[in-house]
Structure formats: structure tokens, C-alpha cells
Design a protein around this ligand. Structure first.
Ligand code: NAP
Length: 254
């Protein structure tokens, strides 16, 4: 049986689900790569690389040197540099490439979304008047909110943010999704949240806060998706698995 070497670029729920789905599948020799931002990442099957490659050229070098047959980009939708590097590296190394592009959240009736293109614009959009802001943009992306120090930020992240990044008035919540609607509604009410700031990450795990905002008629400042290069893509882990099946089938029959 042909065994294909697969490199998954991780850091998302899809990457974890894909690694778990391939556990014990002898057709694939799986390596997962993480940026190394989380000190205690969830344990996953397969080999692990951590800490980056040194740009597209560096990743292309690893792909060629380690004889990877397949590359799947399953990084977070806002990991723009890694996503672009993956497309480029796949071309340089001639490695079969797929990216998982999770659909964005879509505004529904009752939503009060304010669309912005980046975090700086999100900080501006909160307005002059001091507000209680639920900030769920991730612990690495808090610095832009230092330019709007009049607000109180309730920051939720998996790990504690660096104090240097923080705006002056913060309350920290350490939590890892998925989150439930009732818990999100309770949190928004208890903390007297007036506005939510989030990136349009999409996916089920973090969607409950949007449903809670709709139920409580709270405004949501939504950072829209970044521009990404064209690439062969699927939306779900199931479709990525089907692509891997086909890739294995075509290799075995040649
Ligand atoms: P980024 O800006 O696109 O990437 C910056 C650099 O980090 C890349 O050039 C690469 O370094 C390294 N890197 C990123 N993902 C990597 C991976 N899976 N394996 C090895 N190196 C990786 O990405 P980011 O926004 O900093 O995100 C870093 C990680 O956190 C990603 O894995 C992403 O899935 C996850 N994450 C991001 C967000 C977000 O909102 N951006 C949210 C949740 C999770 P080299 O150039 O040296 O290879």
C-alpha cells in the first residue's frame, strides 16, 4: 500500500479534527505544524512541528527535503501570512495542495453588525463614549485597542495576554471554546456588555456569542475576512478527507 506523507498546517478546530480523523489510517503519515503561540496546545495524534518555517521558501524547503506528498492548510481564517506562504510553497515544491476555508458568519435578521476591515477600525467604531466592550479578537491582537483607552474591555482568550499589549482598563476571562448560547447570554448580562468586537472567524465553536448578541439586541463590531490568494479549497473537514481519499486513490493507481 502507498503511504502518503501529509503536512497539515494547524492552529484551528479543523486541523485538530482532521488529525483525529486520520489517526490510525495507515495510508497517511501525518505531521501537524503549529506556530507555537499556545504554550499547552491540545494533544493530537501524529508528529508535531512547532515554530514556523521561515517564510514560503522555508516551507518549500521542508516540503521537498522531507518528501511530503500532500500539504493541507488548516490554519485560522485570519492567519493571512501562513495562508499565502502555503500557496506559494506548494507551487515552489510542486506539492499537492488544499486549503480549508471555513465559511464566514452571515448577518441574520435581528443582528446589529457594524462591519470594519481591521482591528484599528474596530477600535474607532466603538465610539467616543466610554463603553463596556466584550473583546474576543484573540490575545495577540489587543494593542489596537490601546488607542481607545476610555472603554472597559472584557477580554476573553485561551491564555492570558501580555500586559504590554493591554489597554488600561481590562477584565480578563480565560476560556477555550466551544461556547454555549445560555452561557454567552449570561456572560453578556452579568458583565453588562454594551458592544462586542470580533473577527469574522466563522465556525460553530464561537458562534453562540452572535446568537446571544442577537437575542439581547447588542451591536457587534465585525472585522471582515482578509483577502486571501486563490487556491484549491474546501469548506469542511469532511471535504478535505474526500480530497485526501482521491489523492491517495490517484497515487495508488498510477
Ligand atoms: P500568520 O500571521 O499568518 O503567520 C505568521 C507566521 O507564523 C507565519 O509566517 C509562520 O512563520 C508562522 N505560522 C503560522 N501558522 C503556522 C503553522 N500552522 N505552522 C508553522 N508556522 C506557522 O498567523 P497568525 O495570525 O500569527 O496565527 C498563528 C497561528 O495561530 C496559526 O496557526 C493560526 O491558525 C492560529 N490562530 C490564528 C488566529 C488569528 O486570528 N490570526 C486565531 C486563532 C488561531 P514562518 O514564516 O516562519 O513559517
Amino acid at each position: 500500500m502507498t503511504v502518503l506523507k501529509l503536512l497539515i498546517l494547524g492552529g484551528s478546530g479543523e486541523a485538530a479534527d482532521l488529525a483525529r480523523a486520520l489517526q490510525g489510517d495507515a495510508r497517511f503519515d501525518v505531521t501537524l505544524s503549529l506556530a507555537g503561540r499556545t504554550s499547552e496546545p491540545v494533544a493530537l495524534p501524529g508528529k508535531l512541528l512547532t515554530g514556523g518555517f521561515g517564510g514560503a521558501e522555508g516551507l518549500a524547503h521542508v516540503l521537498a527535503q522531507e518528501h511530503f506528498h500532500l500539504l493541507v492548510d488548516a490554519t485560522h481564517p485570519f492567519a493571512v501570512h501562513m495562508k499565502a506562504n502555503a500557496v506559494e510553497a506548494g507551487k515552489i515544491a510542486g506539492t499537492k495542495f488544499l486549503t480549508i476555508r471555513r465559511p464566514p458568519w452571515v448577518q441574520r435578521e435581528g443582528d446589529r453588525w457594524i462591519m470594519v476591515e481591521n482591528l484599528e477600525a474596530a477600535a474607532d467604531a466603538i465610539g467616543e463614549k466610554p463603553r463596556r466592550v466584550f473583546l474576543t479578537t484573540g490575545r495577540m491582537e489587543l494593542a489596537p485597542f490601546r488607542s481607545a483607552p476610555q472603554h472597559l474591555y472584557i477580554v476573553r482568550s485561551v491564555e492570558a495576554p501580555s500586559p504590554r499589549e493591554l489597554p488600561p482598563r481590562v477584565e480578563l476571562i480565560a476560556a477555550r471554546g466551544p461556547f454555549k448560547l445560555e452561557d454567552e447570554k449570561a456572560l453578556l448580562a452579568e458583565r453588562k456588555i454594551e458592544v462586542i468586537v470580533t473577527k469574522n472567524s466563522g465556525g460553530a465553536g464561537a458562534e453562540a456569542k452572535l446568537e446571544a448578541a442577537r437575542a439581547l439586541s447588542l451591536p457587534v463590531i465585525m472585522v471582515t475576512r482578509p483577502h486571501l490568494p486563490e487556491a484549491p479549497s474546501v469548506e469542511t473537514v469532511a471535504d478535505a478527507l474526500a480530497w485526501l481519499e482521491r489523492a491517495h486513490g490517484s497515487t495508488s493507481s498510477t
